[in-house]
Design a protein around this ligand. Structure first.
Ligand code: PMT
Length: 236
């Protein structure tokens, strides 16, 4: 049997870290390289979807010229870019490691050292994934959960809290997950189903993830079409 495709579907992917500037020379960041999110964008395009990739600062390069890449730096810029591309999107995959907090003030000049301690006030960033999931015409929303322990329970909590369809949980303890060419994912669904994708290259993993998403879309479309009062074909 051939894998279901995403032909005719529009997919929006976020990838990489966000950088939260403190002053002109310093920023807060995390270890995301962008490899997982870029591989997902490539896999979605290979599955015939029209793909937009919103990327935080990353050295990764796209192979498929059909993918539209939008580069951003901060969480607020990523939110703006996502919201300005979300219309008409069928699947939103939030793989980016978005900073949860940003400095409360961006200082124009390099901060000079003074006493032995300094304090940095941080403000909570908006949750991009939760904002997309709350849209009236929300697409099929897939989140990621990067955890260092109690992976499944934390991921399930995020799935429910953000009200998304599916979450891909990965363990990032002991050098796993971030900035490597391989990974493993535990997929959890809102209806309680779970599915393990074992250790493999991020390229192969992304293909498996896209196959699972395409299968979900296909079965959702089939069950919607078979509901009473909802004809699968509309006569003129
Ligand atoms: O980029 P690589 O080096 O290849 O590494 C891949 C990865 C480990 C970064 C990736 O597999 C991964 O786990 N990405 C999500 C990392 C993360 O930020 O997880 P989280 O548990 O903090 O966030 C939960 C979800 O909410 C994520 O889908 C995240 O994109 C989203 N989020 C979080 C905060 C925020 N302000 N807005 C968001 O949309």
């Amino acid at each position: 049997m051939t894998a279901p495709t995403l032909a005719g579907k529009r997919v929006l992917v976020t990838a990489g870290p966000t950088f939260e500037d403190i002053d002109p020379v310093r920023y807060l960041a995390n270890r995301s390289s962008g490899k997982m999110g870029f591989a997902i964008a490539e896999a979605a395009a290979t599955a015939a979807a029209e793909v937009v990739l919103i990327a935080g600062p990353s050295q990764c390069q796209l192979q498929n010229p059909a993918i539209r890449r939008v580069d951003v730096r901060s969480a607020l810029q990523m939110l703006d870019a996502v919201m300005s591309h979300i219309q008409g999107i069928d699947v939103f995959i939030a793989c980016a490691a978005v900073a949860d907090y940003r400095p409360a003030t961006l200082v124009d000049e390099k901060i000079k050292k003074s006493g032995p301690r300094m304090q940095l006030e941080l403000l909570r960033n908006p949750d991009i994934l939760a904002n997309v999931a709350a849209l009236p015409q929300a697409p099929f929303t897939v989140g990621f959960a990067a955890e260092t322990g109690t992976v499944e329970a934390h991921a399930m909590h995020k799935l429910k809290q953000k009200r998304i369809h599916m979450i891909a949980a990965n363990c990032v303890a002991d050098g796993q997950g971030f900035d490597r060419s391989d990974n493993r994912l535990l997929l959890l669904f809102a209806d309680g189903r779970r599915h393990n994708l074992g250790l493999q290259s991020k390229t192969a993993l992304a293909r498996e993830l896209i196959t699972v998403i395409a299968t979900e879309l296909k079965s959702a479309a089939t069950s919607a079409a078979s509901k009473p009062g909802r004809p699968s074909t509309v006569n003129a």
